[in-house]
Design a binder for this molecule. Structure first.
Ligand SMILES: N[C@@H](CCC(=O)N[C@@H](CS)C(=O)NCC(=O)O)C(=O)O
Length: 239
């Protein structure tokens, strides 16, 4: 990672998306959120980039500066090659395609289908994480939470993990040939899912392999950055 100092966002192009200088990569990042997938991958690829850190609980993501980059106000956003990508899966695919073919599976290649499936399946896991994060952490008044929905989402999250477990029980990484970009997508999902469900041994071992990677560790929140999750585990509230 190069200079982590915040840099000014490029001004909005007239009538079009925000455009940075070609060659500049800027990641808009909420520590521990889905944007960690991208920070991890950028570190794996050892690419130069600038990091803009935001706090999900502050007005950072609703301010005019970020609105010019991501009008929907979600994280991550990746400014790259004079354009903006607004979806973490698309960022992983584009970064691997253009900067890390060894972590990609190109169309027509062996493993392409599985690689693509894992990339998108990361968000099947991610949607339940988002729902549980909202219920456990974001709602100010606990009375607004639905225990039924929380139980359902916890069970649905646990079920999604079975697909990953079935694969990483027999091999270290999602692709039999070794670590690839989809491990950044799914690995973050499983690591975060572990705050809401107890991971079975094969999944915990997979998470341990992910977290042992220097590039993963470099993507963890740095001193003074806001923590999205304050607890290792969020128990379901009692009825
Ligand atoms: N599918 C999108 C989801 C983006 C997303 O919803 N990110 C969350 C953080 S993990 C967010 O920005 N939440 C704020 C909000 O929903 O207002 C992706 O993977 O990039």
């Amino acid at each position: 990672m190069t200079d982590p100092t915040p840099i000014a966002a490029p001004p909005p192009a007239e009538g079009g998306p925000v455009r940075g200088a070609a060659g500049d990569i800027v990641l808009w990042h909420v520590p521990m959120s889905r944007s960690m997938r991208i920070l991890w991958l950028l570190n794996e690829l050892d690419l130069p980039f600038a990091l803009r850190v935001m706090d999900l609980r502050s007005k950072d993501m609703r301010g005019a500066e970020y609105e010019a980059v991501h009008p929907v106000g979600r994280a991550p956003a990746l400014q790259i090659d004079g354009s903006v990508i607004h979806e973490s899966g698309a960022m992983i695919e584009y970064l691997c395609e253009t900067r890390g073919p060894h972590l990609w599976r190109e169309p027509g290649s062996d493993g392409r289908l599985a690689w693509l499936d894992w990339l998108h399946f990361a968000e099947t896991i991610g949607q339940h994480i988002a729902n549980l994060t909202q219920s456990h952490l974001m709602l100010r008044d606990p009375a607004d939470r639905s225990l039924t929905v929380m139980k359902l989402e916890t069970a649905r999250l646990a079920r999604t993990l079975r697909l990953v477990e079935g694969t990483v029980a027999d091999q270290d990484w999602l692709m039999a040939q070794g670590f690839s970009g989809v491990d950044c997508a799914v690995g973050w999902s499983v690591w975060t899912a572990g705050r809401f469900v107890r991971l079975p041994p094969a999944l915990q071992a997979y998470v341990d392999r992910c977290t042992a990677r220097p590039a993963f560790r470099a993507a963890l929140p740095q001193e003074g950055q806001p923590l999205l999750y304050q607890r290792d585990f969020y128990e379901l509230p009692h009825a």
